[in-house]
Design a protein around this ligand. Structure first.
Ligand SMILES: Nc1nc2c(c(=O)[nH]1)N[C@H]1C(S)=C(S)[C@@H](COP(=O)(O)O)O[C@H]1N2
Ligand SMILES: [Mo]
Length: 312
């Protein structure tokens, strides 16, 4: 079993707030079951373990968002531009699934998701998520650090960016046909961002496998950036030495830049970013710089013009 000491942004279950703990208990049984399903636990007994091996809790500083809200209020433009795409998303076939890895790597490859998941150590993390549209959620992810995927992909030392691409299949994704968007959905990060300990690959939410509307079977999770950087249902990863043209930057370069780090001080051209709406609760709260994760990520941008990286 992997034993590690908690970082500042994590805390062991015994230190979690009673509220988070209570919510936590409700999803943890399912969480162990998810791990069993991907072959990490494997016995019925494991499904009763209070925590998956090595699981530590983030300190989100807020209660978890009710799961129902997270599962029925979504952005997934391949299925439509409204927030109510969860029914349409059920058309997505998530198994079998594989990831293509190419570009500046030692050996381009296609890896089946089952094979990939046997090579990583899954864990649970509670993260805040801030959409550029000023709504937010706080959710328990199952998944693994993005740095593990970088290692498996084995990029060349000269690679500077990691680029994620969503499935692009109009037969399964009714929002693609007839829309003017520059499909496929592509976003990317620098290698330093990809290897930051907060960068995560999500395979589950609330202890269950990811639902289709949330980006099943595998998605990116970058909690210090606006939500549009967190690419859903990824099928391809490309390493490159040039900053990639990204989906939202192509649509509106002045509104959704490459960096997209959360910054309450820089308004979106059409609305303020100072506060955020916690969906499922009716509450709004102040937005924090880097979505509250500056302690772990601000060094990534040292020496860079803040006007550019925060938020553009
Ligand atoms: N492929 C794809 N990924 C996507 C999006 C999308 O439209 N298509 N929307 C993004 C945006 S704007 C947000 S806020 C989050 C929403 O994730 P959720 O619906 O699971 O909360 O997914 C991001 N990933
Ligand atoms: Mo978003």
């Amino acid at each position: 079993m992997l034993i590690r000491s908690p970082r500042g942004w994590e805390l062991p279950e015994r230190l979690a707030t009673p509220e988070a703990l209570m919510l936590g208990r409700r999803y943890l049984l399912g969480g162990a079951a998810t791990l069993a399903a991907v072959g990490l636990a494997g016995t019925a007994q494991a499904a009763e373990a209070p925590l998956p091996p090595g699981a530590l809790r983030f300190k989100p500083g807020r209660p978890l968002t009710p799961a129902h809200a997270v599962e029925t209020y979504n952005n997934y433009y391949e299925f439509g531009t409204s927030k109510s795409i969860w029914r349409a998303a059920q058309r997505l076939h998530t198994s079998p699934w594989s990831l293509r890895i190419e570009g500046m790597v030692h050996k381009p490859t296609t890896i089946a998701l089952d094979t990939l998941l046997k090579q990583v150590t899954q864990d649970e993390r509670v993260y805040r998520h801030r959409c550029v549209e000023a709504w937010a959620i706080t959710v328990p992810w199952t998944g693994f650090p993005l740095s593990q995927l970088v290692k498996i992909a084995n990029p060349l030392a000269s690679a500077k960016y990691m680029v994620f691409q969503t499935l692009d299949d109009p037969k399964q994704m009714p929002g693609i046909s007839g829309s003017f968007f520059p499909w496929p959905y592509v976003e990317g990060v620098t290698m330093a961002e990809a290897n930051n300990e907060l960068a995560f690959v999500g395979t589950g939410l609330y202890g269950k496998n990811l639902l289709k509307q949330n980006g099943a079977p595998i998605r990116i999770v970058l909690p210090w950036k606006y939500g549009f950087k967190s690419v859903k249902s990824i099928v391809k990863i490309t390493f490159t030495d040039k900053q990639p043209m990204t989906f939202w930057k192509q649509i509106a370069p002045d509104e959704y830049g490459f960096w997209a780090n959360v910054n309450p001080a820089v308004p979106h051209p059409r609305w303020s970013q100072a506060r955020e709406r916690l969906i499922g609760t009716g509450k709004t709260v102040p937005t924090q710089i880097y979505n509250g994760y500056g302690q772990w990520v601000s060094s990534l941008y040292a020496g860079m013009p803040q006007t550019r990286t925060l938020f553009m």
